[in-house]
Design a protein around this ligand. Sequence first.
Ligand SMILES: [Ca+2]
Length: 354
Amino acid sequence: MAPVPLIVDTDPGIDDILAIVLALDRPDLVQLKAITLTFGNTTLDHCRNNMLQLFDILQKHIAEDPSEAHRAKLAKTLASSPITLSQGATGPLGGQRFTASYFHGRDGVSGISTLPGNPWPLPKKVPEPLQETEKAAHDVILDTIRSNPPGTVRIAAVGPLTNIALAWQKDPETFSKVGGISVMGAALDVPGNTTPCAEFNTFADPFAVRELLHNAPLHPVLRKQNKRLPVDLLPLDITTEHLVPFERLCGDKIEKKGILQKYLAAILVSPRKNMNSYADPDKPFDPSVNDLFQSHDPLAVGHAMFCPSPVQRLGQLPDNESLINQAYEGWQMKTREFGVETDGALTRGYCVVE
Ligand SMILES: [Ca+2]
């Protein structure tokens, strides 16, 4: 099977960066066509800088030892086709803008851009294979869907859903030809991570969630077919269960390692401190409980990579939810009905589950 064309709509962001590195590791499954940026974990200018920095570091990582098997494979992936980089929403469809600097640092990468001596300078030009465009993110999303066969393009949406909602609003006919949207967002049966009520991406733009999940099925383009958009939600309920020891991601002896490992260790400082701080001060520190990274965004990108969407499995999204929810090689799906609070003074982004 040909690799699936993939768009990562993202607010990078530490786990976003890990998710993008994951997508680049399996060119047999997905071909990363575009990275479309949204506000979220940080502001749009930092999101852009973080992508330039990541791809500069990936190129330097390859150059350290081009013949080593992993690096040679990555070099081949990066040389195979350009990746469009586009900026999108600077704020939500409604209400005030919030970012997650409390967790990711003000620059979205644990503050590495302000470290003394500037150990992680920005590249002077846009590194390959990124191709930066002036086109807005939602237009890049629509262009990518138009230039591929209907039902093939997957989107991993790992930030606030603003760009996705704008693409839908601008051209519902084209957007409805998307193959699947794997969304990291919402907290259904568990507390939120930004407020007791809300997960960050849903909190950041609950209006976009409402537009895609609740208003879209009422639009004539979908209503005449009795369809909804092919959204698969990866909520906090399951992403927080996907834990990776920090030791495995960055280790404690990084001085002996290459630039990519050093960079990942540097950007993981803030979430590691944050997660460590939840340890019970009255008990001995247990790394197997308190030194774990929650892989929210990598799980959503992993879903887009490893679990064919209902549209891909069945040819089109049927109106029969039991067909949509068929299990696939370790993945189990279930339809959940919920409403999202947009206006609550204390409950913005709260998902009221049926
Ligand atoms: Ca994110």
